[in-house]
Ligand binder design. Structure first.
Ligand code: LLP
Length: 425
């Protein structure tokens, strides 16, 4: 029995009795590389990017992949080759972009807690823009730039106070959030930035949240941003680009987020209508480029039917797939090779010693010990958030391109995990 529908792009689909990524059966990948294993479709990532590019055709837009969603080098390399810039939030992320062949000039550096050392290194590398999140940060960035004899390109992250209608942990553009500068103070902040000799005002940015499935929060945020651009420019500070952040949601379980091209057609129409049609744009999509391009393959270790619950214990856990434990997130779970037997209801859980280590509640599955399952929509915020809790090695990752599979991250080993540790002598 096949599940009715798989989320996302058609590059991960059943053919005959097997689940494939592009032209490779996932069972073959599991056999070759072991489990838990992340497998990604290159075509799916490029199709997701193309949806944005299509929406923007003819416009001056820089797409900066928010690499926190999946920061594996080969994924960065793929997006760099496809012409993307990158949104980074740490020096570590910046180093990854440079190692993977991305251009420093196309990096925007976001985040509320940039250290002086990070600012120094990013200025020396020549990053395209700092998205500054507080007045205190402006002052420090000015000092660091002056010490280097440079001017830091800056954009100020505005908190537009728009409700993105998503999970509270991933909503970032509301008044109570730690991100950005309240829109009431923004004009003053720009005047201060313009007066600081170590800074060069470039743009304005916002990012209102993640896994946004409605278009209205974007349209509202765009209106507030344009109101601010008018006010800032009226106060004498020109704004070169407008950065609308990321946040577009994906389908995990029946959500119907707007398509990137459709959403952007509407946003561009608003820009045009308000007379900002030729203003350069930036966006910072993460999840929507990679989320539905990936799955995590896991083996059923044991079935443990119980009085209240039936447990299906698999070899992937909350260290590999932290989203269910952290956000009560739903990821569809499907068999690699569906069985014809009547499904039963299972709690799909990992081996970690925590009750919070669950991957799916109440899932109807026909499973047997040794079966392989795919946890869907695992391309974003899974591997990049993976940990070594319980001294579990982080999984391997494979990028599938047609009938070719590239191992892009070897499975971690115990020696890798203990390398930085020292016994007391
Ligand atoms: N730009 C900024 C400044 C951000 O903080 C983020 C994500 C993005 C862009 C990309 O947002 P996206 O397009 O991926 O929604 N770990 C959570 C998501 C946290 C998002 C953090 N910021 C999850 O697994 O749902």
């Amino acid at each position: 029995m096949h599940p009715d529908r798989l989320p996302g792009h058609p590059h991960i689909a059943y053919a005959g009795d097997e689940l494939f990524v592009e032209m490779i059966p996932l069972s073959a990948l599991a056999q070759q590389y072991g489990t838990p294993l992340f497998a990604y479709s290159k075509a799916s990532m490029l199709a997701a990017l193309a949806a944005y590019q299509q929406g923007f055709s003819g416009r001056q837009v820089q797409i900066c992949y928010a690499m926190k969603a999946n920061s594996t080098l080969a994924i960065i390399q793929l997006f760099a080759h496809a012409g993307c810039g990158f949104d980074v939030v740490s020096l570590g992320e910046m180093q990854r972009v440079l190692v993977a062949g991305g251009l420093a000039s196309r990096i925007i550096f976001s985040g509320v807690g940039k250290t002086r050392a990070e600012m120094h290194a990013a200025l020396e590398a020549g990053v395209g823009c700092f998205n500054v999140e507080s007045e205190a940060e402006l002052e420090v960035l000015n000092e660091v730039a002056l010490n280097l004899g440079l001017q830091a390109p800056v954009s100020i992250r505005v908190n537009p106070n728009v409700d993105p209608q998503t999970h509270p942990y991933i909503s970032t553009g509301l008044k109570g959030n730690k991100f950005g500068i309240a829109h009431e103070h923004v004009v003053q902040t720009y005047q201060r930035a313009a007066a600081l000799p170590g800074l060069k005002v470039q743009g304005i940015d916002c990012h209102i949240g993640s896994q946004i499935t409605q278009e209205s929060p974007y349209l509202d945020a765009m209106d507030r941003m344009l109101d601010l651009v008018e006010a800032i420019e009226a106060a004498g500070v020109p704004i070169h680009h407008i950065d609308m952040g990321g946040g577009l949601g994906i389908e995990y379980q029946g959500e119907t987020p707007p398509e990137a091209a459709v959403l952007w057609r509407k946003l561009l129409a608003k820009l045009d209508a308000r007379g900002f049609g030729d203003r350069p744009l930036m966006i910072e999509p993460g999840r929507s480029l990679v989320g539905n391009a990936g799955v995590c393959v896991t083996e059923v270790l044991y079935l443990k039917p119980g009085e209240q619950k039936n447990f299906c214990i698999v070899d992937a856990a909350m260290n590999d797939l932290p989203r269910p434990a952290m956000y009560q997130a739903y990821h569809q779970i499907v068999p690699l090779k569906p069985r014809d037997t009547t499904p039963e209801t299972w709690e799909v859980v990992g081996p970690i010693c925590e009750s919070g280590d669950w991957i799916g509640h109440d899932r109807d599955l026909s499973v047997a010990q040794g079966d392989l399952l795919a946890v869907m929509s695992a391309g974003a915020y899974c591997m990049s958030m993976a940990s070594n809790y319980n001294t579990r090695n982080r999984a391997a990752e494979v990028l599938v391109d047609g009938s070719q599979a590239h191992l892009i991250r070897a499975r971690e080993g115990y020696a890798d995990q203990m390398r930085q540790e020292r016994l007391i002598t």
